[in-house]
Ligand binder design. Structure first.
Ligand code: GLU
Length: 284
């Protein structure tokens, strides 16, 4: 018997949804079953997100036959189902992390980091849990030499990035419903990561943890390009004293050349297929 767990669909409205999104979201909906499904629009990156893509995502998901129980279009107990409407909550989380002393202001430019950084460890193909494809949030490992020795307490993030200090050498492990046992080592697979951006917006890792916790998500279903992000997020759950949800990372859909689908959907956008006469069943 399937055990249903409350889940979420978390599209970012920077383009049209493609067949990869359809697969991940269909898996998310089926695993959530009758336990509840939240639609949350991840529109923090204001310059790149567009209302048109948000409306298109909702329409495409409905056309596919997916149904959610809370969301921006139908409401629910949360004041907003768009991340752009939830910044007070993210600031509260920033405050808790700052008070706990686990994050620090990091004024270094991307160039400083690139110059001093080492490339992240690339899993070898034979390694367990090797990721097929690029990590969505892959970034150079932040050099520990750029960590500040001391910094002033702050009442607000201000115009500087804030990073989470990772426990060097510690391996974060979790059991994934599809990827199996996953291991990522702090300082090797990923380094100190940004939780607050210098343009005074929460970073993805902070916002997603804050929301998955607040929205009582029991299982996070998403693309396998986020496996390393999950290790980062587990450190945030721990620092905040929260229980982490279960995880299910779905393989990415690739084009004929083996590249992951992105904004360049190569005609595999749900609405293109729909216009060409494919049915939701054909796509799913
Ligand atoms: N909004 C993210 C994306 O579209 C998904 C993040 C997540 O599921 O945690 O890639």
């Amino acid at each position: 018997m399937a055990q249903y767990r409350r889940g979420r669909l978390a599209p970012t409205p920077t383009g049209f949804l493609h067949v990869g999104h359809a697969r991940t979201f269909a898996v998310a909906a089926s695993r959530a079953g009758s336990a509840g499904l939240v639609l949350r629009i991840e529109d923090l990156d204001r310059p790149r997100c567009r209302e048109e893509f948000c409306e298109a995502a909702i329409e495409d998901l409905r056309w596919l036959g997916l149904a959610w129980t809370e969301g921006p279009d139908i409401g629910g107990p949360h004041a907003s189902y768009r991340q752009s409407g939830r910044t007070a909550w993210y600031l509260e989380i920033w405050r808790r992390l700052e008070a706990a002393g686990v994050i620090y202001p990091s004024p270094h430019s991307r160039r400083d980091v690139d110059e001093a950084a080492t490339a992240p460890h690339e899993p070898m193909p034979e390694e367990a849990n090797a990721i097929a494809g690029a990590d969505a949030h892959a970034e150079p490992i932040f050099p520990t030499s750029l960590r500040p020795a001391a910094w002033d307490r702050a009442a607000a993030p201000g115009n500087v990035a804030w990073r989470f200090r990772v426990p060097d050498g510690r391996t974060i492990e979790f059991d994934d419903a599809l990827a199996g046992r996953v291991r990522r080592t702090a300082g090797v697979d990923f380094g100190d990561f940004v939780v607050w951006r210098r343009d005074d917006l929460p970073a993805y890792e902070l916002a997603v943890v804050a929301d998955d916790h607040a929205m009582e998500i029991a299982e996070v279903v998403r693309g396998e390009d986020l496996l390393t992000s999950t290790a980062r997020q587990l450190l945030l759950y721990e620092a905040l004293g929260w229980a982490a949800p279960a995880f299910c990372h779905v393989p990415l859909v690739r084009d004929a050349a083996g590249r992951r689908l992105a904004k360049r959907t190569g005609g595999l956008a749900i609405r293109d297929l729909r216009a060409r006469g494919f049915s939701p069943t054909d796509i799913l």
